[in-house]
Design a protein around this ligand. Sequence first.
Ligand code: SF4
Ligand code: SF4
Length: 199
Amino acid sequence: MKDTVRRKPHQRKVYWNEPTLSFWERAYLFEIIRGLAITGTVFTRNMWRWMTGRKGALTTYYPEETRADYAAGNRGKHILTQRPDGSPQCIACNMCATVCPAQVIEIDAAFDPADPAHPKYPSRFEIDYSRCIFCGLCVEACPEDAIRMVKEVPELPAPVRETMWLKKEELLGWQPRSDVAKPYPPKGAAPAAPAAPRH
Ligand code: SF4
Ligand code: SF4
């Protein structure tokens, strides 16, 4: 049956960064030759360096080798700082999760009535490393210095995304740190009374 419905002609979406090709680029063949020349030059240079005993391309034979030349600005991997008894310094205030631009931090808060000094704590604290952009904003936002990033970069890659969820136990355990500047009372002790005002 003949289609009698009048349709609007298809309008191709115009992107703000639409590519513009010169005549030589549109001619195709010259660009292929140029690409092959660049690839061949880099390959030959790296091969020559490798044959003469110098390291040519930045190839790391992962996982046997790990790179030692991370950028100076590399922030590394997150840790959760601990109190002297090993419990997380985190008070589950959710500030880091709120400020995280990638929204990759998930926290479940829990309440411990037997610990009046710090009754709120995270029963679950997870970071999805497959989406974290390592911006460090979570560290900046934390009022307790409970989350930090340390330069050492352990095994970050994973074959499946599900294994890239960093759990509380790993965040507390892989580089354990405590904040000596924050003398928390031992668990179960009453919080210190506020100092009397001086006259
Ligand atoms: S480093 Fe940035 S993206 Fe990663 S968890 Fe912290 S705030 Fe989110
Ligand atoms: S890590 Fe810091 S900002 Fe995040 S929930 Fe814990 S105390 Fe709050």
